[in-house]
Structure formats: structure tokens, C-alpha cells
Design a binder for this molecule. Structure first.
Ligand code: HEM
Length: 128
């Protein structure tokens, strides 16, 4: 069985989608404050690398990495469910624009859902 990454079109396809996705994220008024000090070019590269590894099934430390990367935004800036939903929504719309088939979009969204409690730093004992 091929990985989700392969079925979605490989690294080049992910790169194109992530770039278009970040055009939406970085201009979204609800998300902008979180990225006030962000180097956009660097963030695009780091995110692409992460998604390529995650979708390729090659990221055993993804959960810990996501928790550490977002913890301060949760506790200092109120990063919460609503922001997570907006981000996942932008990604789904972007994939639609790139004509990714709906079942694959659903699979990617389900994969990101497995990171929700980590991104939002929900204590492990409270997580579903
Ligand atoms: C499943 C969803 C998400 C994934 C896969 C993801 C992925 C990432 C990755 C890979 C990084 C880079 C970490 C590093 O190496 O330093 C990062 C940083 C960051 N993420 Fe997320 N993220 C997600 C959700 C969110 C949400 C909902 C927000 C809310 C706005 C957000 C805001 C940020 C910010 C502000 C940074 C730091 C950027 C900087 O260093 O300037 N992320 N994220």
C-alpha cells in the first residue's frame, strides 16, 4: 500500500499545496497575530518538511514536536480549537483548489486531527 504522500502526488505536490495554503493562513485576520514575528519563508519550508514526513509515515516524534512548537501560543496567546479548525479548513479548501480527490482530503484531515490535542497542548490524561 502506497503512503498518503505518494497518493497525493509526492513532495512537489505537497510543496505547491502548502505554499498556496500559507497564502491563506498568513492573510487570515484571525490567524495573523500568531505569525507577527514569523519568518514566512522559513515557516513554509519547515511546514512542508513536516507534512512530507508526516504523510510519508516517517515522523515518530510528530506529536511531541507539535506540542512543543505550539505550547507557548496556547498559553500566552490563546491558540485554541477555533484556530485549529480555521487552519484545517484552509488546507482542505486549498487541496480542493488543487483538485485533490475528496477521499484523500478527508484522509489528510483525519491525519491532522490526530495532532489536534498536541497542537492545543491538551494534557494527555484529558485527551480523548
Ligand atoms: C495540525 C495542524 C498544525 C500543524 C501540522 C502545524 C505545523 C507547524 C510546524 C511544523 C511548525 C514549525 C515548528 C518548528 O520547527 O519550529 C509550526 C509552527 C507554528 N505554528 Fe503550527 N501547525 C498546526 C497548527 C497551527 C495552528 C492552528 C496555529 C494557529 C495560528 C499555528 C501556529 C503556529 C505558529 C505561530 C508557529 C511558530 C512560527 C514561528 O516560528 O514563527 N499552527 N507549526
Amino acid at each position: 500500500m502506497s503512503t498518503l504522500l505518494e497518493r497525493i502526488g509526492g513532495e512537489d505536490a505537497v510543496k505547491a499545496v502548502i505554499n498556496a495554503f500559507y497564502d491563506k493562513v498568513f492573510t487570515d485576520e484571525a490567524l495573523k497575530p500568531f505569525f507577527a514575528d514569523t519568518d514566512f519563508a522559513k515557516q513554509r519550508v519547515r511546514q512542508t518538511k513536516f507534512v512530507v514526513q508526516f504523510l510519508g509515515g516517517k515522523m515518530p516524534t510528530a506529536h511531541e514536536y507539535m506540542r512543543n512548537a505550539h505550547r507557548k501560543y496556547v498559553h500566552e496567546m490563546g491558540l485554541g480549537e477555533v484556530h485549529f479548525d480555521i487552519v484545517v479548513g484552509h488546507l482542505a479548501v486549498t487541496m480542493q483548489e488543487f483538485n485533490v480527490p475528496a477521499p484523500l482530503i478527508a484522509e489528510v484531515a483525519a491525519g491532522l486531527e490526530t495532532l489536534r490535542n498536541d497542537v492545543l497542548d491538551v494534557p494527555v490524561k484529558d485527551a480523548a
